[in-house]
Design a protein around this ligand. Structure first.
Ligand code: CUA
Length: 189
């Protein structure tokens, strides 16, 4: 037995829903409400949102600021990139441009910094490997993140926003040094 669109179906569809079905509707509705409430709740309580400081910046002015920052705290050079070691608590400037991240940063574990991200040309993606950290790096905007590196080691900045022919080679570096007290004991310099 089949129905065509012309014949009307058996008249059962207008009967009130049965108990079991009502329970499922109620469960689905309650779950919807829980998920709906989680959106604002997780925004406030999830601890996953960056404490971003955002403002507009002229790309040229940002590049100038990065150059000043490098001149102030440069400690060396690595693969033609300046290496800087800013003091704990300072503002750190990182610039993404086709196709490099400058400068290489040396930060201290346990210290707090404000990490500024911006681009001087097109959109880039700041992805800190192997951690799960991702940010858009947009020209014209200075995006400041309050960061406190916890684990000493070498981290690579991978560009995760396609930005042209050299995109895959756009790799930068952040070195996290052991906390100040340990550093003196472990690495005599
Ligand atoms: Cu920068 Cu892809």
């Amino acid at each position: 037995m089949y129905h065509t669109g012309i014949e009307s179906p058996e008249r059962v569809w207008w009967r009130p829903v049965r108990g079991g079905e009502k329970v499922w509707v109620a469960i689905a509705f309650a779950w919807c409400m829980i998920l709906f409430a989680m959106m604002p709740l997780w925004h406030l309580r999830g601890g996953q949102n960056p404490s971003g400081i955002r403002h507009r910046v002229d790309p040229l002015a940002y590049a100038t600021r990065v150059r000043e920052f490098i001149a102030q705290y440069q400690v060396g050079e690595e693969a033609n990139l300046p290496v800087v070691e800013p003091p704990p608590g300072s503002d750190v400037y990182l610039q993404g441009s086709m196709w490099r991240w400058i400068p290489v940063l040396r930060l201290q574990a346990g210290a707090e910094y404000v990490l500024h991200l911006s681009s001087t040309d097109v959109n880039h993606g700041f992805s800190l490997y192997p951690l799960n950290v991702n940010f858009q790096v947009v020209p014209g905007y200075d995006y400041g993140l309050r960061v406190r590196p916890t684990e000493p080691g070498e981290f690579h900045i991978v560009c995760n926003e396609f930005c042209g022919i050299g995109h895959h080679m756009m790799v930068g570096k952040v070195v996290v040094l052991p906390p100040a007290g340990l550093a003196a004991a472990e690495q005599p310099r």
